[in-house]
Design a protein around this ligand. Sequence first.
Ligand code: C2E
Ligand code: CA
Ligand code: CA
Ligand code: CA
Length: 274
Amino acid sequence: AKARGRNGYSFYMPSMTGEGVERLRLETYLRRSIEKNEIFLTYQPQVEIDTGRLIGVEALVRWNHPELGLVPPVRFIPLAEDTGFINQLGEWVLHEACRQMNRWQEAGLHVPKMAVNLSARQFERGGIVNLVADILADTGLAPQRLQLEVTESVIMNTGDAMVFINDLHAIGVALAIDDFGTGYSSLAYLKQLPVQTLKIDRSFIKDISTDANDEAIAIAIIQLGKSMNLSVIAEGVETKEQATFLLRHGCRLAQGYLYGKPLSPADLLARWHV
Ligand code: C2E
Ligand code: CA
Ligand code: CA
Ligand code: CA
C-alpha cells in the first residue's frame, strides 16, 4: 500500500522493497545533512594548459554521513532534485563557495573565478536571481568572478530558465554550458543566450587520441567556441597527450586529474599559493 509521508512524499508501507527502504533512508538523512554539518565543498582547479596558471575552480559538493560514509554526488544530487531539497542545498553551496573566495583572499591566494553548478529545479521559482544577488552582496564577491554552470537540458527544458539566465547576466554573473555536446543538438539557444564558456564533456576527451569520432566532436566544439568568441574548457583531462592534443587544436583551458582532483580549501591553498 502507498501512504503519504509527513512532508507529502509518498512512500511504501510495509511491503516496501529493499531499494525503496534504502532510498527513503537516504532521503531522511539527506534532509538533515546541512544542519548536521555533513555537507562540504571541494574545489577542482581550472588551468591554462600552456602556463599551468590557475584561472578558476569548480565547487563540487560532498556529503559525508557518519554511517554511510562519503556518498557520491551521483547518488544524492538526483535524490535532492526529486525531493526539492536541491533548493536548500544549492543555496548553501552558492553561499559557501562565495565565502570561500574571501577566505582564500585573506590567506593570500587570489582565485580568479568560482564556478558553481546549478540544477534545473533551482530555476523553477524566480528566486534564483535574488538569491545570487543577495549572496554576492553578503560576501562582496564581484559578480564577474562567479560563473554558473548549467547543462543544455536545463536551458532547453526548464520553463523560464532563459529569462533568469538573462537576468543573471544583467547583474554581471558569468555563465558556462556544462557537459557541452551531450544534451540538445539544437544550437540556436547559443545565439540567444549570454554564454561566455563551453565545457567540453569528459566523454569526448577520454579517448581523444584513439577515437576518431570523439576527436572530431572535440575539434568541432573548439571551432564553434572560437567562431562565437566563447572560451572553451575541456573537462576530465587526465593525460599529457590529451592536453597536448587540445592545445594543438586551439583549446587553451582544462580541468581534470592531470591538474588536480577536487581539493579541500586548505589543500588548494597549499598547492596554488605562491
Ligand atoms: P560535473 O559538473 O560534470 O563535474 C565534473 C565531475 O567530473 C566531478 O565529479 C569531478 O570530480 C569529475 N572529474 C573531474 N576531473 C576528472 C578527471 O580527470 N577524470 C574523471 N574520471 N573525473 C573527473 P563529482 O564531483 O562526482 O560530481 C558529479 C556531478 O555531480 C557533477 O558533474 C555535477 O553534475 C553534480 N554536482 C556536483 N556538485 C554539485 C553542486 O554543488 N550542485 C549541483 N547541482 N550539482 C553538483
Ligand atoms: Ca560542472
Ligand atoms: Ca561537466
Ligand atoms: Ca557531468
